[in-house]
Design a binder for this molecule. Structure first.
Ligand code: RRO
Length: 308
């Protein structure tokens, strides 16, 4: 496979895996991912206690992607620790995603996953959909408080799931924290939070929670995701691995993230729409592009964006 890659010290058999969110909350769904061509098994962001999430309708497909406000429905972190043991037999990297509702929650969950069978721990600092909670990574003081308590709890590589930033100064401030606390990888970007999609016939938003404000995903956000991957690639100087996510539906999209500087990419909306065959398809498309362009590895093409 031309497209094998690494996130931190963990080898991935291909460039494409699932993103935290769609169809990765229960063991049966995680087993589908395990048996698919996704190069890792990424699990749903979890909290200390199980949550049922927000009222429906909370996920709607749109012409160019989706909008959702799931509200962190999950089974509680202890279930995902158990799932990791049960998924070990598939010999595929397993990634935990933790989303605390307080600093102490992050500490408890990261400590527990550090003693588990997972290979990577993604710390979600950017869930936009819990009423009354802001996205941690938009608050740099709060982010540093979290990093202080989670960064020295074990040897399993830690990553941060980041929101979209729209100003270079914010990416620079976050990059300084990432380097200061030896974070191994970042995931750019979460859905673009608190957007509004309106049905003009009904004169209503398309989702119910938070009066219709929700996370935007898919094609709409690809240029924002690419910009964040590129900005962090330049700021982090290849010391930190980068997962790209946001609007990847084809091998060509994946290739754009690759030349922007992503070490691997995650697929969310298209997995939800198309099912697990999307990993095989996107992978094959990327392999063909790499061959056509005479790249012999991911490493050779990574970050090779030219300038006008
Ligand atoms: O569950 C969600 O509503 C959710 C989460 Br945790 C997240 O990180 N990003 C998102 O768009 N939705």
């Amino acid at each position: 496979m031309l497209s094998k890659t690494k996130i931190s010290k963990i080898e991935l058999a291909s460039y494409i895996c699932n993103a935290s969110g769609p169809s990765d909350s229960i063991l049966e769904e995680l087993e589908i991912i395990a048996k698919s061509d996704s190069s890792a098994i990424m699990m749903k962001s979890c909290t200390i206690k199980p949550r049922i999430g927000n009222p429906e309708p909370r996920y709607v497909h749109l012409p160019l992607g989706s909008i959702q406000s799931m509200g962190l429905p999950n089974l509680g972190y202890q279930k995902y620790i158990r799932f990791a043991s049960q998924l070990k037999k598939y010999n595929k990297p397993i990634i935990a995603s933790v989303a605390g509702l307080s600093i102490e929650d992050y500490r408890v969950m990261v400590e527990a996953f550090q003693k588990s069978e997972v290979n990577l721990i993604e710390v979600n600092l950017s869930c936009p959909n819990v009423e009354g909670k802001s996205q941690v990574a938009y608050d740099f003081e709060q982010t540093e408080k979290v990093l202080r308590v989670i960064s020295n709890l074990g040897d399993i590589p830690l990553g941060l799931k980041l929101p979209a930033y729209f100003d270079f100064i914010h990416q620079k401030q976050m990059a300084q924290l990432i380097l200061k606390y030896n974070i191994s990888f970042i995931t750019c970007i979460n859905s673009v939070g608190n957007t509004l999609f309106i049905d003009p016939e009904k004169e209503m938003p398309v989702i119910k929670p938070k009066k219709g404000f929700g996370g935007l995903c898919g094609d709409y956000i690809k240029p924002i995701a690419l910009a964040n991957v590129r900005a962090f690639y330049e700021l982090l100087d290849d010391k930190v691995s980068i997962f790209g996510v946001g609007g990847i539906k084809s091998g060509l999209d994946a290739f754009e993230f690759l030349i922007a500087g992503a070490d691997a990419v995650q697929v969310a909306t298209v997995f939800e729409k198309e099912g697990e065959s999307c990993f095989t398809r996107i992978n094959q498309e990327l392999e063909e592009i790499l061959k056509r362009k005479n790249y012999n590895s991911i490493q050779e093409a990574k970050g090779r964006l030219k300038h006008l």
